[in-house]
Design a protein around this ligand. Structure first.
Ligand code: SF4
Length: 476
């Protein structure tokens, strides 16, 4: 019996213990083959690969891959199924042993979960994680096989050779982390960092360390990128050069704009301003339609997609910046950052509130217009358009302090002051005119009496006059 046959025999015995016959498992392997676009005749090869993986890496098995499907649209898996070089058969049967995949595995239930657990116990596997992790509701926002997603991720990463976060959702939460993010979506690396700090995660390969993490953003992930990483890790036995976001530098080192086939139109100022226009037919630059190529780093124009047929900008859609994931900044995600996708401006974000600049400008403009209209009506109603409102002339303070009053109040106070002076000046002649009248009557009436008595009473004084004396004396 060869080594492989012995391995397969042991694996079949293990399945039998759990009530799974070899025939049933071969059917399961055939289903995997069909799902992957392979011939069903390859089922024995898949069976053998899984058997070698499960029984143990020491037996000379292929490097196992545990592919977790978290909160996602499975677009990364769909994208991976389109891989061309090497083709999917090569990837699955020669590079890796896909031990566990919720999406690709036709089998389910206890046997598959058991295969995953044994792979984790054996170590030396690569964990490929697709989709965001949901921390909400104490980790219950995402449960798989009656287990919290947070616990599954921590356990799966604890003994991995490397952790590949596939797609922007796995890197920083992606779509699921967009505001308001009620499920608490988070990327794998930030989650592991937090769990490590809280003492809720430990890596078998090094106490206090995180496992080697390779982030592959974009939405969905480009299968060529994943294959390149697998070739690096499995065949060359090394991690690729990574930037500060743990992304392969060679893949995510240049701006899309720098390699874009429409770049010449950008330089010439030839832009598309409307879909369906002549400019679009001519293949002009999509910058005015919100293209995020100038601020997004990835090699999409070089690698392209779907067996290198085309890519977003080449097929007429502006780049939406799906590679702008950042695992170092919690709460960051490319959806909030770049939406609305077809506009040049970004949404403004204040805490959890996101405002579109155009809507904000329209609201502020409307408020200003309403305020001006109300102000105009107020001016009209109070009479200020005719020189000032009545109440302004009656301000008590201005009345008391006319010298310090300003504006119309000052003029009114000054006028009132002048009027007061004039009134005061005009009142004196009248007083003089009436006073003498009254006084004259009184004086005249009393004057003779006074005059008559005065000499008598004022004799000593009057006697000082020598002129009066002879007269009075002469009459006598
Ligand atoms: Fe740059 Fe986008 Fe214009 Fe291409 S289409 S040149 S990436 S702005």
């Amino acid at each position: 019996m060869t080594k492989e046959e012995a391995c397969a025999s042991r694996f079949d015995a293990m399945l039998a213990e759990r009530g799974v016959t070899r025939r049933r498992f071969l059917e399961f392997c055939g289903a995997i083959a069909v799902t992957l676009g392979l011939s069903e005749a390859l089922a024995p090869s898949i069976h053998q690969a899984i058997a070698q993986t499960v029984i143990g890496k020491a037996e000379g098995a292929l490097t196992p891959v545990v592919w977790l499907e978290l909160a996602s649209c499975t677009g990364c898996t769909e994208s991976f199924a389109q891989v061309d070089t090497p083709d999917i058969a090569t990837v699955v049967l020669e590079l890796i042993s896909l031990t566990y995949s919720e999406t690709l595995s036709a089998g389910a239930g206890f046997s598959l979960e058991e295969a995953k657990e044994q792979t984790i116990q054996n170590g030396g596997y690569i964990a490929v994680i697709e989709g965001a992790l949901m921390e909400g509701w104490d980790g219950n926002a995402l449960r798989i096989a009656n287990e919290k997603g947070t616990e599954i991720v921590a356990h799966t990463c604890s003994n991995a050779l490397a952790v590949v976060c596939l797609g922007s959702c796995a890197v920083d939460g992606g779509w699921q982390a967009a505001v308001p993010n009620p499920g608490g979506a988070i990327g794998i690396e930030p989650f592991l960092r937090k769990a490590l700090a809280a003492g809720e995660f430990s890596y078998v390969g090094g106490e206090g360390d995180l496992p080697p993490i390779i982030n592959i953003p974009t939405c969905p992930a480009n299968p060529e990128h994943l294959v390149a990483i697998l070739v690096d890790v499995l065949l060359l036995g090394r991690l690729p050069d990574l930037n500060e976001y743990h992304m392969p530098s060679l893949i995510f080192g240049e701006y899309i704009h720098d390699n874009c086939p429409r770049r010449g139109h950008f330089e010439n100022g030839e832009f598309v301003y409307q879909f369906g226009s002549e400019e679009e037919k001519k293949g002009y630059c999509l910058y005015a339609m919100g293209c995020k190529g100038p601020q997004t780093k990835t090699n999409c124009p070089v690698v392209r997609w779907n067996r290198r047929v085309s890519w977003c900008v080449e097929s007429g859609a502006p780049c939406v910046g799906c590679a702008q994931a950042n695992p170092n900044k919690e709460g960051f995600n490319w959806v909030d950052l770049n939406s609305p996708f077809l506009n040049r401006f970004k949404n403004l974000r204040v805490g959890d509130i996101i405002v579109q600049p155009a809507a904000l400008a329209a609201t502020v403009g409307a408020v200003v217009v309403v305020a001006l209209v109300v102000h105009g009506f107020g001016m009209k109603a109070t009479g200020r358009t005719k020189g000032g409102a009545d109440f302004e002339l009656e301000r008590a303070w201005d009345q008391k302090h006319p010298d310090q009053a300003i504006g119309a109040a000052a003029a009114a106070a000054q006028a009132a002051k002048v009027q007061g002076v004039e009134n005061a000046a005009g009142a004196e002649p009248d007083a003089d005119a009436t006073a003498p009248t009254d006084a004259a009557a009184t004086t005249d009436a009393t004057a003779p009496t006074t005059d008559a008595t005065a000499p008598t009473e004022s004799t000593p004084t009057d006697t000082n006059s020598t002129e009066d004396s002879p007269t009075e004396g002469g009459e006598e």
